[in-house]
Design a protein around this ligand. Structure first.
Ligand code: ADP
Ligand code: MG
Length: 231
């Protein structure tokens, strides 16, 4: 229901980009765990939401015109109290206005600070010949350079998902290293199948980017998500 409402609203507004909040609501309905993320259109509202969610929180610019929020100075993490939230709100708005004067900024989103985990990326792109393909890889700086990712054509089943997590170069990092917790690999595989099922059921979705997903020894959480609709 949520998904249908968000998609039809975006269509009505003639936009193909969904906000992080919308993307996470849709993925949540598809059974993929995301950090709860709430829009604040004013500073005091950001404080009220933060107190409700519990500190520490993360504030991010919410604008369909700003896709790389960090580049715009639009992300402030680990905010521990009211004063930090107030300051972050003002700084995000000022920085993003300067970075993209034409951007329509609907406000600032507030979400709990997720504890650190193994950084994963997951997504979907449409290939010109194969159609929708799901993607899995390790996140983080090193992997962004190495482009260590695996792809499968949608729809995938559990066996495909197992292959995807096993064929990346850095798969040892998923198993835990130097005292780091192992990632919940079965949960990651389950998320890939849910992503594929969701994509298969929603052909009007052009692209999905979950970057990063934090994997823990028990579960995994999407902390940033982007969805683009076909034009
Ligand atoms: P961008 O649009 O720049 O990709 P992100 O939402 O990915 O913005 O935020 C940038 C970085 O901030 C992430 O890669 C992650 O390291 C950190 N981050 C974002 N949201 C959270 C969160 N809820 N908890 C902890 N860290 C977060
Ligand atoms: Mg991101």
């Amino acid at each position: 229901m949520t998904t249908a409402r968000i998609l039809s609203q975006a269509r009505q507004e003639k936009r193909t980009v969904l906000t992080e909040i919308e993307a996470k609501e849709i993925l949540g309905e598809a059974g993929i765990d995301c950090t709860p993320t709430v829009l604040a259109s004013a500073r005091e509202q950001a404080v009220a939401i933060s107190e409700k969610l519990g500190y520490p929180v993360v504030l991010k610019v919410s604008s369909v015109d700003i896709s790389h929020k960090s580049d715009a100075g639009g992300v402030k993490v680990n905010l521990e109290n009211r004063a930090a939230v107030e300051r972050a709100f003002d700084e995000i708005i000022a920085s993003c206005r300067a970075y993209a004067p034409e951007a329509v900024i609907e406000g600032v989103s507030v979400q709990p600070m997720a504890r650190a985990g193994t950084e994963i990326i997951m997504g979907m792109i449409k290939d010109a010949s194969f159609g929708p393909v799901v993607m899995f890889g390790l996140g983080g700086v090193l992997v962004e350079v190495l482009k260590d990712v695996s792809f499968r054509i949608v729809p995938i089943d559990q066996r495909d998902a197992i292959e995807m997590t096993e064929e990346i170069q850095g798969k040892k990092l998923l198993a835990g290293y130097r005292g780091k917790d192992p990632a919940d690999i079965p949960r990651l595989q389950e998320m890939l199948v849910k992503l594929s099922d969701f994509v298969n059921a929603n052909p009007e979705i052009e692209e999905i980017d979950m970057n990063p997903v934090f994997a823990y020894k028990d579960g995994a959480l999407v902390v940033d998500a982007r969805i683009i609709l076909s034009a």
